[in-house]
Design a protein. Sequence first.
Length: 269
Amino acid sequence: MKFFFRSALIIFALFAMGISQLATAETLRVAFSCDYKPFNYRTASGELEGYDVDVAKGVLKIIGADMEPVCQKWDGMIPSLLANKFDLIIASMSITNERLKKMAFSKPYRFSIGRLIGRKKANLQLFDFRNRPIADRFDGLKVGLERATTYAKWFAQELPNVKVVYYDTNPALYLDLENGRTDLIMTNPMKAHIKLLAKDNGKKFEFVSPAIDDVDIFGIGCGIGLRKGQDKLLQRLNKAMVQLINDGSLEKYAYKYFPFPLHLDEWGQ
C-alpha cells in the first residue's frame, strides 16, 4: 500500500510538473493586418497565411515560442504595440528612422519599395530622366494611398499638393483604381503584380513610375517590430533571422508567392 501511495504521489508530481511547464511556455502575441495578400491574409477557411506569416512561424519555431496571432488595422499597429496589446508586428512594416524613434526592429526580412500603378496608354510621363516626380504632371489626377504608410509619407513630402484619397484597407485601394474612382495608386510592386497586374482584370493597368526606394522614407527593408527595451528578445529574433537567411528558408518562403527572393544575402551576416 505504501509503495502504491508513494508511486501515485510521484506520478501526480510529474504530471503537475508537466502541466506547469506547459502553462509557462512562452507565447508571443504577433500582429498582422490580415488583409495584405500575399504577405499576411486570411483564407476562405479562416486560416492565416502569407509570406509574413511564414516568417513569423519560422522565427518563433527557432526561438522556441508559440504564436498567438492578432489581426490589427494598419493605422493602429504602432499605438497598439506601444500599449502592450501584442508583442510583435510581423506585417511588412518598413524600418524607418521615424519609427525607430518609437520602437525597435529586427534585421530586415524583405525589401521595402513603392511604385505607382495606373491605366495603360495614359501617357502620363510623371517622372523625369533622374526618376524624380514632375509635380505639374500630377495636376487633375486622383491618387489612392493606404493611410499611415510610407507611401502616404512619400507623397506628403514629395508631392504635397496632389489630390489624395486615403484608404484603411489594401483591397479597397485596388477596387477604387479598377472602378475608376482613382487614377493612380502607390503600393508595394510585388503585391501589385500578384494582386492586379498578373490577373485578367489587371490587363488595363501597368507600372507608371520607376521603383521608388528613398531610404529616408522607405527605410532599409521590412523587419519585425517590437517595443524598445526588449534587448534579449531582439537578440533572439536577429539570431533567428540570420538562420532563416543562411539556411535558405527565407528564399523558400518567397518562392511560394513570387518568382524571386525578397531579401539580400548580406542581411544574414
